[in-house]
Each structure stands twice: as structure tokens, then as C-alpha cells.
Design a protein around this ligand. Sequence first.
Ligand code: HEM
Length: 412
Amino acid sequence: MTATDPEAVAPVPLSLLRGPGATTALHHELRRTHGPVAPVVLDDGVPAWLVLGYRELHQVTADAELFSRDPALWNRPGTVPDGWPLPPHTGRGAPPVLHTTGPQHTARAAVIAHALAAEDPFRLREQAERFADELVDGFCARGRAEVIGQYAVPLPVRVLAWLLGFPPGLAPELQSALEAVAGGGEGAVEGRRRLSAAVVELVVERGRAPQDDVATRMLADPAGLPEEEIARDLTLMLLAGHRPTSDWIGNSLRLMLTDHRFAASLSGGRRSVVEAMNEVLWEDPPAQNVAGRWASRDTVLGERHIRAGDLVVLGLAAANSDPEVRIDRTALTGGNNAFFSFGHGEHRCPFPAREIAEVVTRAGIEVVLDRLPDLDLAVAPEELARRPSPWLRGVASLPVRFTPAAALGARR
Ligand code: HEM
């Protein structure tokens, strides 16, 4: 079946994909009814194409010229639905790297990748463990905790704040601003303003007093990017890096606490942590759908006629479960990394950023399991709810209980 307009063939509300349970059955149903590219509507009635097929997603992400990151191409400019985690840059001033194209994108992405890659992985792991220990110290004597709000959310903020170069005391303010952005609505505008203000201050400060951090390295890069672009990209790193890393921690802990194959308590062990993290990237990826790409000319994708300027949503989770590539979905994913969970192509998550997310997630899970070895769910697994978002997929809260333990006080 083909169509020229996502609205012409009874589009599917994308909000269906924010349900509490597994979305795989829904992906299969959409694929059965619509094929690998489905017409969808976002909240506020914005039409788009959702790419469900592994092959088609590869086609879209590999051709950054035909499926561009430039929102100026959109044939329906105007309302951007609330809750879009990284809304397209349509305002004045420099766009973030995410919405640049061609050589400008290549240069900006390289500056980010170099600044992140220069971080010593051992120093990063040590810092992540230190922050994780501090957070566990805050609740370990109580025997109960809610590990999303008390642990998985603050941990990546603290690490990212340290990594980028913010003063140590600023993490709570950054967390509150990031949460305001994630909450959408009026609060999101204010949250963005607070984030930008903190980042601009950091850029000015590091211009004056260089340190061993990402902001300093970006300012010192021979590419000589303007400070405004550096500030935009530092803000983007906070926004793009925080919640997905929190959700990787949360979704992996949820899996380990609910699935006997990854049993978290007591005998879980290191191998099980890495396997659970990989399984999550395949089956329950933090960035389940990503908006978006805009077709730069009329084209055909998965037998659909896509018009110039149509919005294309990357169905990362759906492509991961495409039966064309996942023939036996009961098998564990092992060391297979051919998932789309970090995107693909020019605009994929920069490799050093993925590695940083991996170090933080692994350290976060290992520290909490080391410190609280009999950690167990404090509610029935069916009571665990997801945050209601079709974009980022994470557990809303994860109440746990454990034998109360003494705070470490002195760090490792
Ligand atoms: C589990 C953690 C993470 C996940 C699942 C994730 C996922 C993604 C995905 C799917 C994209 C690509 C979107 C697209 O193709 O349009 C992306 C882009 C990006 N991510 Fe990540 N990310 C994570 C962590 C991070 C971290 C920690 C940072 C920074 C320190 C970061 C920085 C970026 C940047 C700068 C981009 C834009 C790249 C570009 O447009 O050239 N991400 N991420």
C-alpha cells in the first residue's frame, strides 16, 4: 500500500507508543497493518512517518542529505508538540549541532567528539563511583529507597556536570532545570533559560580560567568555533545525555530486579550487569523514537511516497525488534551491538558519548548492587509504571528494599 500523505490513510497516534507495558506487540501490529513505514500523528495532530523497519531505518539514517536534520525543510512549520525532548531549533541564533548539516555539522560533531574522547576513562569511572557512593550514602541506612528519583536521575547529572566543567555545587540546579525541560509546557521554557544561563557562565569562566574539562577543550579546539555554538552544544550534551543515561540505569535495574535471567540480588555478578545493559539496548531502549528527519525532496521509502518536507520519526525500538533481523527474539542478545539505540549515520550519538554513558550506567548499577547486595523490589513488578512519553522510555519509579547498611562516609 502506498500513500502520499501521512494523514490520508488513518494515521496512528504516536501516543499509543507511550503505554505502560512492552511496545513490541504494538510494533508488530503496526508493521502488519502498515508495513515498515507507518503514517502517524504526534500530539497536537502533527503528521509524520514512523520508520519501523530495520532496513528502512538504515536507509534514512545513512543518507543525511535526503533525510536531513534541518527543520527549516519542514512543510508544516509551526506547532511543535509539547513533550518533544529536543524540540527542533526554529528560533534565532546558532542551532545546536543536532540541527546543523553538511561540513558545518562535521566540524561541530568533531569538536564534541574530541572533547569527550580526551576524558580519561579511569578518572571518569572513579568519579562516577564516587558520586554513586555519595548518593547511596544518602539512603542506605533506611532499608528502602526509590532508585529512579534518588539515584538514577541525579547520578548522570552529577557526572555530566563534573565532566563538562561546572562547579561541584551546581548539579542540583542543573538537575532541576533539566527536569523542568523534561516536564514540558511553560516550565520547559524557563528550564531551558536556566540551563543556557548556567552554560554561558561556564563558557565565560573557562575562557578566563581553563581547566581539564570538556568546556575548556571545546574552547581550545583548533576549529575555533564561536562561543555561542560551543554554548549551544554544551547545553545539548546536558539535554541529550542526561535522561537517556538515567533511563539506561533504571531500565537495566528494572530488568535485573524482575527477570530471573539477570537476577540482581546476591549472585547477579558483573557479567549479568553487562548482559542486562545490552538486553535493554535491544529490547527496552531509552530513546525509543527520535524526531526527526525531514525529507529534502520527494522520495519513496518502504513503498511510501514521502513528500519534500515531511517529518520522519526514527522508530529505534521498533527497528531493533524487526523480525527481518531478530529471527529468534527469545535468545539473549549477548555481545551483539547491531541495535539502533544510539542512532546511526552522521547524526548518531557520538562514540565517546556512548562510551561515557556506558561507564556511568555500569558504575551506577555495580555500586548500588555492591553496596546493597540484597536489593529487591518493594512492589509487585506489575505495579511498575513507565513515564508516559512516546519518545524517551523509562521507569517512572522503582521502589526497592534492602538490609540497611552503613554509609561509607570516606570514599573508596
Ligand atoms: C544511554 C545514553 C544515551 C543514549 C541512548 C543516546 C542516544 C542518542 C541518539 C539515539 C542520538 C541520535 C539521534 C539521531 O540520530 O537523530 C543521539 C545523539 C546525540 N547524543 Fe546521545 N545518547 C546517550 C548519551 C549521550 C551522552 C552521555 C551524551 C553527551 C555527553 C550524548 C550526546 C549526544 C549528542 C551531542 C548527539 C547529537 C549528535 C549529532 O547530531 O551529531 N548522548 N544520542
